[in-house]
Design a protein around this ligand. Sequence first.
Ligand SMILES: Nc1ncnc2c1ncn2[C@@H]1O[C@H](COP(=O)(O)OP(=O)(O)OP(=O)(O)O)[C@@H](O)[C@H]1O
Ligand SMILES: O=C(O)[C@H](O)COP(=O)(O)O
Length: 406
Amino acid sequence: MIETLDDLAVDGTTIGVRVDINSPIDDGTLADDARLRAHVDTLSELLERGGRVAVLAHQGRPGGDDFVCLEPHADRLSELLDQPVEYADSTFTSAARTAVEELTNGDCVVLENTRFYSEEYMEFEPERAARTHLVEGLEPVLDAYVNDAFAAAHRSQPSLVGLPTVLPSYAGRVMESELDILGSIEATPEPRVYVLGGAKVSDSIDVAWSVLEKGLADHVLTAGVVGNVFLIADGVDLGDASSDFIYDQGYWDEIDRAADLLDAYGDRIALPRDVAVARDGSRHELGVNALPPGDGESAMDIGGSTLDYYRRILTDAETVILNGPAGVFEDDRFQNGTKQLYGAATETTTSIVGGGDTASALRKLGVTGFSHVSTGGGAALRMLTAESLPAVTALENAPQQPAAHD
Ligand SMILES: Nc1ncnc2c1ncn2[C@@H]1O[C@H](COP(=O)(O)OP(=O)(O)OP(=O)(O)O)[C@@H](O)[C@H]1O
Ligand SMILES: O=C(O)[C@H](O)COP(=O)(O)O
């Protein structure tokens, strides 16, 4: 069983709190603070209850433009929490440990991007993760560990599975609510429809296999690049531009997997009936029978007939689970599919959305009214196939009961 903040004696306790504040970065500054806002409840509760809080988090991946330090995050958290938040430019060195040891009740420090240390970008079994420099460095100065980083819970990295192996550990409020909602997917009302869009084709095909095989999905609606791969698998000629894109993204082999899935469960998988391309600078819709598109034209969104078709399926659904935009929402001409499809889903009794880009698309398009918008992308997808997450398993197996500092 996972303990929560209700089970933690917070006052005077030094707590390492793993959050997921991995955010879009523009010119070194935070372009979106939604993930930081999500953790405010957990952090402010711990601080108000007299905790000494050391925040642990990653930002970006090595080599990426968004692989930056966490100073802007600390500054923004300070505004959101309405109190000073220190920033330490290391994670587990003696300077970082001193910053943690100097905390008094109600103080907060943000430690440096965990992925600045190579071990944190590797995947380990929990026992091995517990012997990494990060865990061995921090464990002596922490009394307890709280994991609120649901969005990273599918990663088996030291700050996610090593610390809960050696410290009494608890789920934060974000983790608790995500597990409550996404962990009981089998209990949601049926018919249940999965909408799989976006660009992570392999992950989406894994999800489709899993939910169709387990009988969790009555229908799977495909859109985005995922829909394009299914169309090609079904024998539709999408033209060179879309095919080259799929090839360049490394998803060519997924066409065969999509074809196998159509063979096995084709009666429950819905494919786009039309697509939108850019022609003479404007949006132009083409029925599947009118394909291939013109030279250089790529399928960038689902069209109006697809929307009508998908809306009819959604009308009968009781639960809809969505991941990934239906089109290239970053371009005004190709927002319609995402806006209309996700808008229609909000009419369903239970509507659950996962995905960082998806959540950002919905904010941009002003689509609201879902039962739950998950903070997680990959983590939410994994939960929605009723599979376990390494960081959650580590919390389940963690030791309990810290000794409070004097
Ligand atoms: N037809 C299309 N052609 C090319 N790109 C597309 C198409 N449809 C959607 N996309 C792209 O898919 C991307 C989002 O897909 P992704 O699978 O990463 O979403 P997500 O699951 O919400 O995000 P994450 O898993 O990273 O949290 C967007 O950048 C969008 O432009
Ligand atoms: O944005 C996410 O999905 C999480 O922060 C995990 O990031 P990662 O995919 O780089 O591990």
